[in-house]
Design a protein around this ligand. Structure first.
Ligand SMILES: [Fe+2]
Length: 304
């Protein structure tokens, strides 16, 4: 079973500027650099949660998903390789990236490069303390897709995801364990990254993180507020060097399947998008920012 999103890798036009944003402003910690790639960690055991590479094209390089054991990697790889909409890039083997372990790579139905891995070395880290505004790790990743039914069906049948809820017919939230969503998909004109979401310790820490970004001159694209579906708090900010949108979140709903779960269809009314009513309206600018640009990295695994 996929347990969580381990990390995301991005190709960025200016590595120095990207480091400034993700280290100084977003409060991740540089843990490793191999000259070409920069690895950033958070307040969790993952070797890194973000990998940055300088690239002419601004693109998503990799989505890295975690599972529990080598047997799980092998089983998921067998399932993916049988799927007509997947393309295997590497067979399960010793993982070559920072942190080592065991894993394989494939292209999903929209051409995103995805890794599934286990046994990645843990990093000794300083846990986030109360009132501290740095992220604990990745909460979830949301992608735009031209065919939301096909993409969500791919993640269900190839990788074992379940549908938690919908917003109308254009936003689907997917889980593998108790957390309401670790991935979600949004219907759009093109496939691209919608946002990467980072988890804060609690509501106080979430507000402190939001305020720290505002004090550094970043106005939230959308938020702070609290979503209906997933029940999580949200503040979205744009990394102006790349156009990518990052979210701070906390307090997401946990699903106990022992009590049964039937996916709900939420409306796109303001009360469902933001229970608190504190966020700016979800207008055309917010939507366009989250839809981003078509990703030039689709169907092309990163060079390193
Ligand atoms: Fe989100």
């Amino acid at each position: 079973m996929i347990t969580h999103v381990r990390s995301v890798a991005l190709g960025v036009p200016d590595l120095r500027k990207a480091r400034e944003f993700y280290e100084k402003h977003w409060q991740l910690e540089v843990v490793e650099s191999d000259g070409e790639r920069l690895y950033l960690g958070a307040g969790c055991q993952e070797s890194h949660v973000l990998r940055l590479r300088e690239s002419k094209e601004t693109r998503v390089d990799l989505l890295s998903l975690a599972c529990e054991s080598k047997a799980d990697v092998d089983q998921i790889a067998a399932n993916v390789s049988r799927h007509p909409d997947a393309k295997l890039i590497t067979e399960p083997n010793v993982r070559q990236d920072f942190g080592g372990g065991y894993g394989f790579h494939f292209l999903d139905c929209d051409g995103r490069t995805v890794e599934v891995s286990s046994n990645v070395a843990w990093r000794s880290f300083r846990p986030v303390e109360e009132r501290e505004s740095r992220p604990k790790g990745i909460s979830h990743v949301v992608f735009n897709t031209q065919d939301i039914k096909r993409t969500s069906e791919f993640y269900r049948s190839a990788l074992g995801f379940k549908i938690s809820d919908w917003v109308e017919d254009f936003f689907v939230f997917m889980r593998t364990g108790r957390q309401h969503h670790i991935m979600a998909f949004v219907r759009a004109k093109h496939s691209s990254l919608n946002h990467v979401s980072f988890e804060l310790l609690g509501l106080d820490e979430f507000m402190r993180a939001t305020g720290a970004m505002i004090r550094l001159g970043h106005q939230p694209v959308w938020g702070p507020g609290r979503h209906g579906a997933g029940d999580n708090a949200f503040s979205y900010f744009q990394d102006s060097n790349t156009g990518f949108v990052m979210e701070y979140t906390t307090a997401m709903q946990q699903i106990d399947e022992a009590h049964g779960w039937t996916p709900q269809v939420y409306s796109s009314r303001a009360e469902d998008r933001d229970q608190w009513g504190t966020a700016n309206p979800f207008d055309e600018i917010v939507m366009t920012t989250l839809h981003g640009r078509p990703d030039p990295g689709l169907w092309t695994p990163p060079p390193i």
